[in-house]
Design a protein around this ligand. Structure first.
Ligand SMILES: CC(C)(COP(=O)(O)OP(=O)(O)OC[C@H]1O[C@@H](n2cnc3c(N)ncnc32)[C@H](O)[C@@H]1OP(=O)(O)O)[C@@H](O)C(=O)NCCC(=O)NCCS
Length: 129
């Protein structure tokens, strides 16, 4: 795995409860480590700059989280990690995002479209096949 449990938990502590709520970050991170995968960008000193956590399921890829270090946001890093993931798979890619989370612009610009709204959650999809 390209990212540690500690890194996942620590990176999400500050943003948990804003546009998403993860009850148990330890459990969340452990599940990703066991069953999921990550696309990661680090700097030359190995500091974590940006990541995408995802599940490569049989029928599609489900993006669970996209994160960029607060001091490095707005530099195109999330866009780059997303592009790296898109290039790695030919499956459809699905994600959920709160309707008010500006992250939705990142996804829209990458070609995701809203296929469903469930309360405040937008279900977005990049259709490949
Ligand atoms: C969402 C997040 C990952 C974006 O990371 P980032 O590295 O700053 O994003 P990028 O610089 O790669 O931006 C990519 C595109 O999305 C757009 N975008 C990103 N954040 C935006 C914002 N707050 N408002 C408007 N557009 C935004 C950018 O304008 C950019 O478009 P462009 O290529 O046309 O300039 C980052 O803000 C974050 O970590 N948020 C907290 C965690 C979170 O909510 N994740 C999403 C959970 S679904």
């Amino acid at each position: 795995m390209k990212v540690s449990k500690k890194e996942i938990v620590e990176s999400l502590l500050a943003v948990n409860g804003t546009y998403f709520h993860i009850d148990d970050l330890d459990l969340y991170a452990q599940k990703i480590l066991n069953l999921g995968n990550a696309e990661v960008i680090r700097d030359a000193d190995n500091n974590l700059l940006s990541y995408i956590l995802y599940y490569d399921n049989q029928d599609d890829v489900f993006i669970s989280m996209v994160w960029t270090h607060p001091q490095h946001q707005g530099k195109g890093l999330a866009k780059k990690t997303l592009r790296n993931l898109i290039e790695k798979t030919s499956k459809n890619i699905v994600l959920e995002v709160h309707k008010d989370n500006p992250a939705k612009y990142l996804y829209e610009k990458a070609g995701f479209v809203v296929i469903k709204q469930e309360g405040d959650l937008l279900i977005m999809k990049m259709e490949r096949v």
